[in-house]
Design a protein around this ligand. Structure first.
Ligand SMILES: [Zn+2]
Ligand SMILES: [Zn+2]
Length: 204
């Protein structure tokens, strides 16, 4: 466990360096007028803050699901994703423990999105905060959580620690990030997950 945490911290530091480079690239693009980030407040457009926030989460969830499945392919796993699975029992330190190539793909998504979709800077900060908090919550150890922890805030559609812990336990299921949609559509949701949710809040 201790070794796993040390390994996760080392990888998280490397990922943070990749994310910092992506942030620098983003600032450079912003300074050269090549992003669609805006700051002004248009009172007729408040609704767009919420809509664009949800749109980015849905796009990110979709990109994450398919790239994540790809990274589990034998040819890519060692280079892109093995680091994240070193800890079979995830801890919050696992949240951003990505091999640098995987961190690069994830940050390129965010750089791509701000060059294509008009986003208020507040929306961008909200997405980054959601991403960070969600990743930490999804890697909380089930043993440490109270039995009454609400694993299914929004029914079966939103991913929480019980859902993602199963991916670390059995990497052939549960590839989603925020929503269970793609796992359900592509039949990669563990069949015991939904029945487990009905029976008990903690399922493994
Ligand atoms: Zn994970
Ligand atoms: Zn994985």
């Amino acid at each position: 466990m201790r070794d796993g945490i040390q390994h996760d911290i080392r990888l998280s530091v490397l990922s943070a360096a990749v994310f910092a480079l992506a942030a620098a690239a983003l600032l450079w693009l912003q300074n050269h007028g090549m992003t669609r980030i805006y700051t002004g407040a248009d009172p007729n457009n408040w609704w767009y803050l919420g809509v664009s926030y949800l749109a980015v989460l849905i796009l990110q969830d979709t990109a994450f699901y398919f790239t994540h499945r790809l990274f589990h392919h034998r040819a890519l796993y060692a280079l892109f994703h093995r680091g994240h699975h070193r800890s079979r029992r995830p801890t919050p330190w696992t949240s951003f423990a990505f091999d640098p190539p995987e961190a690069l793909v994830q940050s390129l998504f965010l750089v791509g999105v701000v060059t294509l979709l008009p986003l208020h800077v507040i929306t961008l900060l909200a997405v980054l905060s959601t991403m960070t908090i969600w990743a930490i919550v999804n890697h909380l150890d089930l043993d440490e959580l109270p039995r009454r922890f609400p694993h299914h805030w929004l029914g079966r559609w939103v991913i929480g620690p019980a859902h993602h812990a199963l991916h670390h336990h059995r990497p052939s299921v549960h590839f989603g990030l925020y929503f269970t949609f793609w796992d359900r559509v592509c039949s990669t949701e563990d069949t015991s997950y939904s029945t487990g949710l009905n029976a008990s809040p903690v399922i493994i």
